[in-house]
Design a protein around this ligand. Structure first.
Ligand code: UTP
Length: 407
């Protein structure tokens, strides 16, 4: 794309200010900017003001496999899961493309040190949890790590510097997720350098399309991987490729399994698993009607009682059914670094604009069936979103220590 074409593309959407510094740039910088303008899909800007998702369908309960059933069937479930792992049919995929803005560190979130008397990095905890299963099954599970343009180099370097935290390097594959442009509240695109439009990762549902674009779906086919466990970087307690969970999802013949925790109280502010128009979905706490809040299952327990923890097991041959254009685009208020009129980079303390994301939850809604699988909150859920308070470094430290992890 040349300058005239770029100018026309931007003029059509009222964003010509992107070329404001063009004449000051070196030839290489000019090329970079023109390439970015050419490659960026600006249609996301049309979503502003449209609401996160359109009309919701009819909700009904989706029963979870609960602890009592899991314990009664543990041996059978573990056997099936272990056999699948040993046969090389399962892989793990770490979602590490997020910006972790709430935590407030400039480094990738996984580099955060949660240790007290010694360094204990988030990535180290995650790999250590997966290594438990490697030892248990005597199998090196394929590990994909999704990063973004913003944090890829630092992430890869950190893994190398720490010898992959004991993992086998040739079983780890990094790939970058796609980016989306970011804008202010009036829809005007931000720039974070004179030759670069501000961008942010396109949401955690970006993993599948980005993986395909990187050609990595070949690995799934070539290695006969039938199940892929997707998980968030920030839950330092979660079990990854848990044989019992894998066995339960296989035996339930579900397209996807979801680890869930029992709600702490009926009005707890978490999204819960349910069916929406007969397909798996999540109902947000503010969408729960009085009637749904009081609904009971056959045991007299609340019928909408299980919150998701961003740990899912997808059957790989179902993934081609998930198409980007059927997924809603969420418009999210975020802190977006930008250059001011003097070209100085500003890092705002408060949200100053919108970014655009597709969420993994919406992928699940495109699939035919889901098994919610209950895990014990205090043993498997210690998310680190904030430095202090709820879901923080502090709360995760308490839970790690409670579970015998030396900090
Ligand atoms: P969060 O929703 O907590 O977002 O991500 P975040 O960007 O990490 O953090 P904040 O909101 O800016 O503080 C949940 C999981 O999804 C991954 C994150 O890395 C984390 O594991 N994620 C999120 C991606 O991989 N890509 C994205 O575009 C967004």
């Amino acid at each position: 794309m040349d300058y005239t074409q770029a100018k026309a593309k931007l003029a059509a959407i009222g964003q010509e200010h992107i070329l404001r510094y063009y004449d000051e740039l070196s030839e290489e910088q000019q090329d970079n900017l023109l390439r970015q303008i050419d490659e960026t899909d600006f249609s996301v800007l049309n979503r502003i003001g449209c609401g996160a998702s359109d009309e919701r369908g009819a909700f009904s309960p989706l029963a979870a496999m609960q602890r009592n059933e899991i314990e009664a069937r543990r041996q059978e479930l573990e056997q099936v899961g272990t056999a699948a792992i040993k046969a090389g049919k399962t892989a793990a995929l770490l979602l590490a493309g997020g910006m972790g803005t709430r935590l407030g560190s400039d480094n990738p979130k996984g580099m955060y040190d949660v240790g007290v008397t010694k360094p204990v990095y988030i990535f180290e905890r995650i790999v250590s949890n997966l290594l438990d299963v490697v030892r248990q099954t005597d199998t090196w599970i394929r590990l994909f790590v999704m990063t973004s343009e913003k944090n890829n180099d630092a992430t890869v370097r950190f893994f190398r510097e720490h010898a992959y935290f004991g993992y086998r390097a040739d079983r780890v594959v990094f790939f970058k997720q796609d980016m989306a442009p970011a804008c202010d509240f009036s829809g005007k695109l931000y720039m974070d350098a004179k030759d670069h439009i501000s961008t942010s990762p396109n949401g955690n549902a970006g993993w599948y399309s980005s993986m395909v674009r990187a050609g990595l779906d070949r690995i799934l086919v070539d290695e006969g991987i039938e199940w892929i466990n997707i998980f968030a970087v920030d839950n330092v307690l979660q079990r990854i490729c848990d044989p019992c969970f894998i066995g339960a999802t296989i035996l339930a013949d579900a397209a996807v399994g979801a680890k869930v925790v029992r709600k702490a109280a009926p009005d707890e502010k978490v999204g819960v698993m349910c069916l929406e128009d007969g397909r798996p979905s999540i109902v947000e706490y503010y969408e729960l009607s009085e009637e749904m809040m009081n609904a009971k299952d056959e045991n007299g327990d609340p019928a909408y009682n299980y919150g998701v923890i961003l740990n899912y097991l997808f059957r790989t041959n179902e993934l081609s059914k998930v198409t980007d254009d059927k997924m809603p685009l969420h418009v999210v208020r975020k802190k977006i670094p930008y250059i001011d009129e003097n070209g100085v980079l500003i890092k705002p303390d408060e949200p100053n604009g919108f970014k655009f994301e597709q969420l993994v939850l919406d992928m699940i809604h495109q699939l035919s069936s889901c098994l919610p699988f209950e895990v014990i909150r205090d043993k498997e859920f210690a998310p680190i979103k904030n430095p202090t308070g709820v879901d923080s470094v502090e709360s995760a430290r308490v839970l790690l220590q409670k579970n015998g992890v030396a900090l």
